[in-house]
Ligand binder design. Structure first.
Ligand SMILES: [Zn+2]
Length: 319
């Protein structure tokens, strides 16, 4: 890559770490709304990587992961460039909301357009400023709506380069996952990049285990790309590779108590939780429809028929 780096109109010299407030719009109250970006232009040649968090504004673990990663990196020794955006959706962050004020999901609005909705314009600006021109992208998420995810990488594992990055990250679970139209990941892949999505923990919370695996994982990916020389050790043993997963849903409403924890291995037919009604009527067991690993859990006890209870991933046998 060239030594010249310009982010949001600001030149970032070799060996410099710069924080930029990228203007998105003026708020109805008159103040400027900006997306914070930290650009680290390493002293030496290497790949260009983007790192994003809080595309869903209430998913906070990634913000802390970005902070710790940026803190750990020195522009004086870095080979290549890292462009980090800890809060891609600042509207959502301030409102404790997954979405944007126009009720759109930013992660269904990529690559966006210059003249579209607020979500579409923000997506377009982020592509132009951060994503385009990069080689690799890492997008940090948590579960939503009172759900919690076991730390997991979602990526196209059929692509060897992407799979190598996913393995370097060393989250306990790797999920072969389809692209989603309009997602940041899809937009990065369409631009010829390898993109990993890290999902861990729940919305509205910092979770130290998810953050620690995330920080180590990002640094291990940078080490794999030869951008840094040292990164924390990953967890022992190979990750579980999940090829198919599905949410087990409640067959009736009631109050849910779960009987399994994130990362548990369950058998087909095993009880994942029980739904009782408020006046103590007969409880109903919620059973696993396949054997696998518990990838996600719903922590909100008030359940309607059809609500998700637990996310179970089937583990590939030949890895
Ligand atoms: Zn998300």
């Amino acid at each position: 890559m060239s030594a010249k780096l310009t982010v949001g109109g600001e030149a970032v010299g070799r060996g410099r770490k710069v924080t930029i407030a990228l203007p998105i719009t003026r708020l109805p109250t008159g103040g400027a709304m900006t997306v914070p970006i930290i650009a680290i232009n390493g002293r030496f040649d290497g790949p260009r990587v983007w790192l994003s968090a809080a595309v869903h504004g209430d998913e906070l673990n990634g913000i802390e992961i970005v902070r710790a990663v940026v803190d750990a990196l020195s522009a004086k020794t870095l080979k290549g460039t890292l462009i980090a955006a800890p809060v891609v959706n600042p509207f959502g962050l301030l409102g404790g909301d997954r979405y944007l004020p126009d009720r759109r999901d930013l992660n269904r609005s990529f690559p966006g357009s210059k003249r579209g909705s607020l979500a579409s314009r923000l997506a377009h600006l982020f592509m132009e400023t951060v994503v385009n021109g990069s080689d690799v992208g890492l997008d940090l998420h948590t579960a939503s709506n009172h759900r919690e995810n076991h730390p997991q990488i979602r990526a196209d594992l059929a692509d060897p380069k992407t799979r190598a990055l996913a393995e370097a990250f060393a989250a306990p679970i790797l999920i072969q996952s389809k692209q989603r139209d309009g997602s940041l990941r899809q937009a990065g892949v369409d631009a010829g990049q390898q993109v990993l999505v890290y999902e861990a923990g729940e919305a509205m919370r910092y979770d130290s285990a998810s953050v620690e695996i995330g920080v180590g994982g990002v640094l291990r990916v940078l080490q794999h790309l030869d951008m840094i020389t040292e990164a924390p050790e990953g967890p022992p043993g190979p990750p579980h590779i999940v090829t198919r997963s599905s949410w087990v849903r409640a067959r009736r409403g009631g109050l849910l108590s779960t009987r399994v924890a994130l990362g548990d291995m369950v058998e087909k037919g095993e009880t994942l939780g029980r739904i009782a009604d408020t006046v103590g009527g007969r409880p109903m067991a919620i059973k696993a429809s396949t054997a696998g690993v518990v990838l996600g859990i719903n922590h909100y006890p008030v359940i309607n028929k059809g609500d998700a209870v637990a996310h179970v991933g089937e583990i590939a046998t030949s890895d």
